[in-house]
Design a protein around this ligand. Sequence first.
Ligand code: GDP
Length: 472
Amino acid sequence: LNGSTETEPLHHDKLLGGLLKPGFDEASCESRYTQSLLYRKPSPHKPSPYLVSKLRSYELLHKRCGPGTKSYKKATKNLGHDDDDDDEDQVRTSDKGCRYVVWVATDYGLGNRMISMVSLFLYALLTERIMLVDQRKDIISDLFCEPFPDTSWLLPLDFPLIGQIGSYYREHSRCYGTMLKNHAINSTTVPPLHLYLHLIHDYRDLDKTFFCEQNQNFIDNVPWLVVKSNLYFAPSLWLIPSFQTELIKLFPRKDTVFHHLTRYLFHPTNQVWGMVTSTYNANLSKADEVLGLQIRVFSTPSGYFQHVMDQVVSCTQREKLLPKTPKVKAVLVASLHPEYSDELRNVFSERTSSTGEIIEVYQPSGERVQQTDEKLHDQRALAEIYLLSLTDKLVTSRRSTFGYVAHGLGGLKPWILYKPDKNVPPDPPCVRARSMEPCFIRAPLRGCQAKKIKTAPFLRHCEDWNPGIKLV
Ligand code: GDP
């Protein structure tokens, strides 16, 4: 590693400052190394040497414990049998060196899935577990290349609990919060072979005790953790004292957690990458500057609204996101609704005829409705998240995890569109984000972390959702 400081531009290397391990087959995943470099500006943020070495040890652990290994066989041997609960012998003999977190796909969209995977991967790094991802919905391998060398992150389809993990929810008897509620766990309880952790936005106070140090001591002894989540819960991991020491070493700059980990984990498959590059080459590559606009409309019904349109235009004007210089500018619009780019084209063509500038508006898709788990739809969504991350400046919609992933990947501090107030654009229309980190929109504000949340210098309430917290 060279001696440059953290904010100096990195030498533009294909391994992202050591984040990525060399040696993968390049052709099977073109986005991983050189190809991305052709499209992405070098990140000004360098991973710490400690993060790099932690990732290398993680990779070795994953290879040793991953699917198909002796350790994996041993660890899954008695899983799911009736005596899973109370066979002390089993727990003692289960391979102490191999412990697992299983990320289970939920019905939420791609952004929700990606932010929760990053959070869970961070948890795996901190607790020396390996992360396996549920592939039953078949989206993972259509979207992402394998991130870890010489092994797989896909949960095998013959995993002993495969038939039941889909039905795990809050009230399930295997759910940690429910077990606490039923007093099924106390200080003398022998840790079970597996637990379900419910870290979805509707989780209860007892589920949230996952974030308490003392509860982590118990959870640490459970070899298999099955997790459903749609949240970016990394900020609350920072408030667990034993994790904090490690996190400070891993991320001396606290607002780079998501940026580094998404770039480490997610490499679009060649199919998705083809969508990214063809769109980029045809519509964005010739522009001097690219502005990304992500327009997500959460109202019901969703659709095209004049007040949302006015808000977008007023944000770009007020924040001078398209300076009136005679340059070629491209505006990349991502939205389920094609009408936004049609209308923006009208607005900007009126403006450009008087100033001599060229503004081209392009929207890759207008799917109208969310169709999560439709292969092509999800691939388009991922391609658009990537395209947004390649822009120079980015405007995103509030509380959208789709937007969170785009700005985190790109290392961009977006301008966030505020929630419109009863059919009128809010004033001001948007606000500049303080950091490129996603917001933890349902952070546990009560309980063991209540005091620390208020005083932690590295946390702030989110610009787009006040009860939420984010790393800054
Ligand atoms: P969130 O609901 O905004 O937090 O983001 P998610 O990604 O979790 O869920 C929204 C889903 O709707 C996406 O994954 C896509 O399937 C779809 N979607 C929403 N906005 C867009 C968009 O601008 N372009 C495309 N292609 N799909 C979108």
